[in-house]
Design a protein around this ligand. Structure first.
Ligand SMILES: Cc1cc2nc3c(=O)[nH]c(=O)nc-3n(C[C@H](O)[C@H](O)[C@H](O)COP(=O)(O)O)c2cc1C
Length: 409
């Protein structure tokens, strides 16, 4: 759910500022776009260049030294959320009183979306009545206060005041931004590459690893969907995912078509062979018997088959293209896909076997958008956000009986 979200990371001047570099990295890894602001004191604790290298842009530090004419209002308009980590006692005090005398407090004051603060300070500062008052005011203003926790502090002290770990801040941010739920949805995902037998030993196959489909299945299950993963690859181990293991295009088609009429969405990521040997040999072909004649025949087109079902789910296809994705636009229309994700398998970091993907998304009305190179899990999150949007705009079929988790044997 952080994929494609715009996050302002505001760093104030405490020792825990070193953790902000990890936090920035976690956010970027989750697919978020991050811009940093640093207070003057923060730069005593963390080099701006570190944040610049991680986020891909130089941190903003001052109203008047910024290349932007009005950095606080521009950042506030740009951001989906602001995270202040670490939040010092001084910064919390500014935020609580609305004192806009630096770029962090000015940007927060100009912003209307979710703000999270992760306080970090010595126990005495944290427990001081002034800080307690400020925290109460901030919570009353709707600011999410994450932590602090008890633990070892700078200088060898122990006690409450230690900033929570970056992972916990990322989790709180996810919650604050709200991830589109798939609670009650039935989802069919296909993954992996099919194998078409030549003889009992050999097959025609492809290089698909199943990683993209697995990421999509896991993301859906994490958001509460009941997922059936029809796959020829190694499946993920997840309680919310029912796995149907198949090998050939015919087996995959049968499994998908059997489950698709009861599903809300079918996401077909599998790399399915277009052709298969017409008469696979029952016995192993031997070199001594000479060169075999391999006659090929077309395999079933799974996506088109789903589109032809009387009760058809929302259909999402994937097309592996060796080069620019123009062909995929035609495919989206001809195969009856609501969304078609094309990825250029020849582009660096994209396609088979790797953990990242860069896709172009085509919609049924012919429009398209290019997504940046992201981890496959971030692509999966953005894909589900897009499908939720799409289904919200679609006329819904009549109520269908819902399967519950315990119905699964
Ligand atoms: C070594 C050192 C460590 C500090 N650590 C913290 C801290 O963890 N939390 C805090 O609230 N202030 C801490 N301070 C004090 C702040 O740096 C100081 O209040 C500063 O004015 C904060 O400004 P800022 O909120 O604009 O970044 C520390 C100061 C020093 C010298």
């Amino acid at each position: 759910m952080l994929a494609g979200r715009r996050i302002v990371l505001a760093v104030s001047g405490g020792v825990a500022a070193f953790k902000s570099a990890y936090l920035a990295r976690r956010l970027v890894e989750a697919g978020a776009e991050v811009r940093a602001i640093m207070t003057r004191s923060a730069q005593e604790f963390l080099g701006p260049q570190t944040l610049a290298a991680i986020t891909g842009s130089h941190p903003h530090v001052d109203f008047f030294e910024d290349p932007d004419v009005s950095p606080h209002t521009d950042l506030a308009r740009w951001a989906d959320a602001i995270v202040v980590a670490p939040a010092t006692a001084a910064t919390l005090s500014r935020l609580a009183t609305g004192l806009s005398d630096d770029l962090v407090s000015g940007t927060v004051l100009a912003f209307t979306g979710p703000v999270l603060v992760a306080p970090a300070m010595h126990t005495e500062m944290w427990e001081h009545p002034a800080t307690r008052r400020n925290i109460e005011v901030l919570a009353g203003d709707g600011i999410v206060v994450v932590g602090p926790v008890s633990g070892s502090l700078a200088g060898g002290d122990e006690g409450p005041g230690r900033m929570v770990e970056p992972e916990e801040i990322v989790e709180a941010l996810r919650e604050a931004l709200g991830s589109g739920t798939l609670e009650g949805w039935l989802v069919v995902v296909s993954a992996g590459g099919t194998r078409e037998a030549i003889d009992p030993v050999r097959f025609i196959g492809n290089r698909s690893s199943g990683k993209m489909g697995n990421a999509i299945a896991v993301e859906a299950a994490e958001r509460g969907a009941l997922v059936t993963l029809v796959t020829s690859a190694e499946p993920p181990d997840h309680a919310g995912i029912e796995v149907v293991q198949v090998e050939s295009a015919a087996e995959m088609a049968a499994a998908v078509w059997e489950r698709a009429p009861g599903a809300d969405v079918a996401v077909l990521t599998a790399a399915v062979a277009d052709f298969r040997p017409k008469n696979p040999s029952a016995a192993k072909l031997r070199r001594a018997e000479g060169l075999p004649e391999l006659e090929l025949e077309p395999t079933p087109d799974i996506l088109s088959g789903v589109a032809e079902l009387e009760r058809r789910p929302c259909r999402v296809g994937f097309a592996a293209e060796a080069g620019p994705a123009a062909e995929a636009a035609i495919k989206a229309k001809s195969k009856g896909a609501d969304l078609l994700f094309a990825n250029d398998i020849t582009a660096p970091g994209s396609g088979f076997g790797v953990d990242t993907n860069a896709v172009t998304v085509f919609t049924a009305d012919g429009s398209s958008e290019e997504w940046p190179l992201m981890p496959k899990r971030a692509v999966a999150a953005a894909l589900w956000d897009r499908i939720i949007e799409l289904r919200a705009a679609m006329p819904q079929p009549g109520a269908r009986p819902r399967r519950r988790r315990q119905d699964r044997s």
